[in-house]
Structures are given as structure tokens and as C-alpha cells.
Write a protein that binds this ligand. Structure first.
Ligand code: NAD
Length: 475
């Protein structure tokens, strides 16, 4: 753990194991922090806030630039570590390291653009100014599926705003977080400004985050259930929250779209990170008139995907995070088949050639999916593409919006009017129109409804860590 600029073990010396999800090998042991360590980290962050919040934007920016440079120098090492610890294929890990570094660069620049305003006052002898001030000490909780970019997406804007931070990474990917904190240390970020507490059991840390009076804000990325629970705790103590939660993205292919091009898009975005992405399509609506060529193309692409250890060449399907994730996929596929879905390909665990030691599931395509099936409502977080058909624009818009989630949605159509109607009508925070990757450090990422509160990235991302302060001057 990294607390107040020092690397340290848990007070009682306890550790927990980190394993490779591709083969079950133990990679390392990391300190198992608890109440004592998280309290110490919060105290350190509160002390450091006194001076960090008074640094100039240019000083804060220079630390972020340095961390960005170090990340790029270590891109390959970070990517290999990520593949070993999290399982995604090396190429995807390299892309994630780059995406993670982009946030450091973007917020190194945004730090210098925290503008205020002056407002004409009602009295002649009065002046109003408005400034943006850092909210204070931030508590951050991050998930395992994007173990580096989810961390920089919070730390970079928090530091740029003048906040200090205590971060708890997911218990299955603490090594990526440790590697990133070594970079922050080498970048010269002062002691106490960034603190890392690793823990096998997150509940005690979460409890301290929402109740400790020194924490001003909680930023969380993970499941909707845990997010709701933490937001409740934070509300009881009037702490600010940002929540990046689950999703259930619709992917809509209209009859005027090229079915082969759209199927290629689905094959790329659905199986990214083995389906373990919050913006992964979970309901693929294809117009009835083009569903057959769409399925044909998707099937031929999916059948060529190879599962295995992401460090090997030619692997596009890595392991799922653990046995529970494989069970969930199996349960959803069985439920769909029992209720009349058609298995196009996949539909089983991958256990050949040593894969039984990891948590692999074959990339799967299901046709004839209906609203009665679990997969239509529950986030899958696995490599299953469920296909439904529709006949009219109104019908598909209503069905696409018929979910408690509201993170990402995708639409394929060359019709500009229809594209606008869908962009405006879909109740989701991120809409990809003929685009499967509508994300970047410069763009606001976040969801509506039960997919969360607030935005990360873009100029919106830094405002999550700022508080508006009015000054009224009588002159
Ligand atoms: P999770 O909620 O189980 O875990 C996420 C983090 O919360 C981990 O660090 C975990 O240790 C921690 N956590 C769990 N219980 C806690 C508690 N009681 N107190 C404090 N912390 C606690 O989710 P997961 O399974 O690791 O991640 C997958 C989920 O994350 C999916 O639902 C996915 O859609 C979502 N996600 C969302 C985004 C986004 O930006 N919206 C990005 C990535 C993942």
C-alpha cells in the first residue's frame, strides 16, 4: 500500500493472493489493508490537501505531464502486467494503457482551464465573483475490468482540480494499481496527495469512505448494486458522489444499414474484453428484413475467434474474471435456450488445451431472443451476443429504452434524420451512431438512470471535483 508517500504492509502483516484468470497461477501476494490503513490514508490525504489545494494549476499540471510520460515509457510492461492479472489480450491491454495515459495528458491541460466568472450585481456598490474550488479529500473505488484507465480517469481530474485522493482498487487487480502508484511516486507527486489501500474484503473500506468526516466526495466505478449501497451511505453524511455503474446497451441495426458492416461492428465491440465492459451491447436489435445476412456474417467472424492466454499471438477471447462470471453466463444462455432462443454458435465453456484451469467461455451468438429471457434484462458481462428482430423505428426505440440502465447505445443507419431522432430519443448517456467506439479522454463518459451519476472525461470530468464559490463584495 502507498500511504503518505511510503510503501507499507498491513499492520497485522496479512496479505491476499492475486491470480492469473487464464490459468489460475498465483502471481503475487499484496497487503490486505483494513480500517487502520484506510484511516491513516485518509488522514494523510487530509493533511496533504492543505498544501496541494494551494498549488498553482501549472504546478499540478507538471506532475500530471510527468506521470503521463512515465506511463508511455512503460506502456509495454504495464500492458503485459494487465494481461497477466486481468486476462485481456495484449493488444487490448496496450490500447487500455494508452487510453489511461490520455486522461493524465487531458487533465494536465484542463487544470489550467478552471475558469470562474464575474456577474453583474444588483447594487451599484456590489461586485460578484465566482470561483471553482477543489471539493477536498476524495475516496475512489475502481473495478477490475479496466484496471488502469478507470484509475487515471478519477485520479487525473481529482489532482488537476486540487483534490487529494485515497484509492481502493478491485481485489482481483491490485497489481496494476500498484504499478501506477509507482509512476505517481516517480513523477514526484508530494506525499499524501495520492494514497493506495489494497484490501481483499472491500466492505470495511467502503464503510470508512462513506462515514469518515474528512472525506468530501466518493467516486465509484462498479456494479449498480454496490453503487446504490455506497451512495446511500454517502447521502446519510451528505457527501458528494460520482457513480459509473452497470449498463445494458442496445445495438440497433436498421434496414437501410449494411448488415455485414454492422455485424462486423458487433463482433468487434461485443467481444472486447470478453464482453466484460459496461458499454458492451447486451440486446442486438436487427431489422427483420436483414437479420439473416447479419447473423451469417457475425457467425463467420465469431467462429474464427480463439480463446486463450492473452499473451499468446492470435488470441481474441481472454478469460472471464472468475468462476461466478462463468456461472452467470451459463445460467443466462441456458435460460434463453430453454425459452426458445436458437444457438448460432458457442454456448459452452472452453476447456480444451489447458483452458480448464482458467475461466473461459466460448464466444456465443444467440438468435430469436425475446423479452421474457433473463439476458434481455440482466447485464451479462460475458461473451454472448443476443439477437432480436424489430420492424419499425418507434417499436425499436421503445424497446431499447425499456431498461433501468442508460449507459451506452449504438445505432447503424445511413439516414441522417433517423440518426438524429435516435440520438435524441435514446435515454442513454453515450450514443454511437455507426460508431462502435464513442469514447475518448476528451469526451464525457457516464450514464443515465441506474447507470450512474456524473460524468468522467471531457471538461465535465473535472467539475465533479470542484465546488462553486460565490464572493459578494461591497465596495
Ligand atoms: P463490483 O461493484 O463488485 O466491484 C467494483 C469495486 O467495488 C471493486 O473495487 C470492489 O472491491 C468494490 N466493492 C465491492 N463491494 C464494496 C463495498 N461494500 N464497499 C466498497 N467497495 C466495494 O463490480 P465489478 O463486478 O468489479 O465490476 C463490474 C461492474 O462495473 C459492472 O456492472 C460494470 O458495468 C461496471 N462498470 C461500469 C463502468 C462505467 O464506467 N459505468 C466501467 C467499468 C465497469
Amino acid at each position: 500500500m502507498y500511504i503518505n508517500g511510503q510503501w507499507q504492509d498491513a499492520e497485522d502483516g496479512s496479505k491476499f493472493v492475486v491470480t492469473n484468470p487464464a490459468n489460475g497461477d498465483i502471481i503475487d501476494h499484496v497487503p490486505n489493508g483494513g480500517e487502520t490503513e484506510v484511516k491513516a490514508a485518509i488522514d494523510a490525504a487530509a493533511e496533504a490537501f492543505k498544501s496541494w489545494s494551494k498549488t498553482s494549476a501549472y504546478q499540478r499540471s507538471s506532475f500530471l505531464y510527468r506521470a503521463h510520460g512515465l506511463m508511455l515509457e512503460r506502456k509495454e510492461d504495464l500492458a503485459r502486467l494487465m494481461t497477466t492479472e486481468q486476462g485481456k489480450p495484449l493488444k487490448a491491454a496496450r490500447n487500455e494503457v494508452q487510453y489511461g495515459a490520455d486522461f493524465l495528458l487531458w487533465y494536465a491541460e484542463e487544470a489550467k482551464r478552471i475558469y470562474g466568472e464575474t456577474i453583474p450585481a444588483p447594487r451599484g456598490d456590489q461586485r460578484f465573483i465566482v470561483q471553482q474550488h477543489p471539493v477536498g479529500v476524495v475516496a475512489a473505488v475502481t473495478p477490475w475490468n479496466y484496471p488502469i484507465s478507470m484509475l487515471t480517469r478519477k485520479i487525473a481530474p481529482a489532482l488537476a482540480a486540487g483534490c487529494t485522493i485515497v484509492l481502493k482498487p478491485a481485489e482481483s487487480t491490485p497489481l496494476c494499481a500498484i504499478a501506477m502508484f509507482k509512476i505517481f511516486e516517480e513523477a514526484g507527486i508530494p506525499a499524501g496527495v495520492v494514497n493506495l489501500v489494497t484490501a481483499e474484503k472491500p466492505a470495511a473500506i467502503g464503510e470508512e469512505f462513506v462515514s469518515n468526516p474528512k472525506i468530501a466526495k466518493l467516486t465509484f466505478t462498479g456494479s449498480t448494486n454496490v453503487g446504490k449501497m455506497l451512495a446511500q451511505g454517502a447521502a446519510a453524511n451528505m457527501k458528494r458522489v460520482s457513480m459509473e455503474l452497470g449498463g445494458h446497451a442496445p445495438f440497433i441495426v436498421f434496414d437501410d444499414a449494411d448488415p455485414e458492416h454492422a455485424a462486423k461492428g458487433v463482433s468487434l465491440v461485443k467481444f472486447l474484453n470478453t464482453g466484460q465492459a459496461c458499454i458492451s451491447p447486451n440486446r442486438i436489435f436487427v431489422h427483420k428484413s436483414i437479420v439473416e445476412p447479419f447473423i451469417e456474417t457475425l457467425e463467420s467472424r465469431v467462429r474464427k475467434m480463439r480463446g486463450g492466454n492473452g499473451l499468446e499471438d492470435g488470441i481474441s477471447i481472454g478469460p472471464l474474471v472468475g468462476p461466478g462470471a462463468v456461472d452467470k453466463v451459463e445460467r443466462q444462455v441456458k435460460d434463453a435456450l430453454d425459452k426458445g432462443a436458437r444457438l448460432v454458435c458457442g454456448g459452452h465453456r472452453l476447456i480444451e488445451n489447458g483452458l480448464e484451469k482458467g475461466f473461459f467461455y466460448a464466444p456465443t451468438v444467440l438468435a430469436d431472443v425475446t423479452e421474457e429471457m433473463l439476458i434481455y434484462r440482466e447485464e451479462t458481462f460475458g461473451p454472448v451476443a443476443p439477437i432480436l428482430t424489430f420492424e419499425s423505428e418507434d417499436e425499436v426505440l421503445e424497446k431499447a429504452n425499456d431498461t433501468n440502465y442508460g449507459l451506452a447505445a449504438y445505432v447503424y443507419t445511413p439516414n441522417i434524420g433517423r440518426a438524429f431522432r435516435m440520438y435524441e430519443g435514446l435515454k442513454f448517456g453515450i450514443i454511437g451512431i455507426n460508431d462502435i467506439n464513442p469514447t475518448a479522454a476528451a469526451a464525457p463518459f457516464g450514464g443515465m438512470k441506474e447507470s450512474g451519476l456524473g460524468r468522467e472525461g471531457g471538461h465535465e470530468g473535472i467539475s465533479e471535483y470542484l465546488e462553486t464559490k460565490l464572493g459578494g463584495f461591497s465596495i
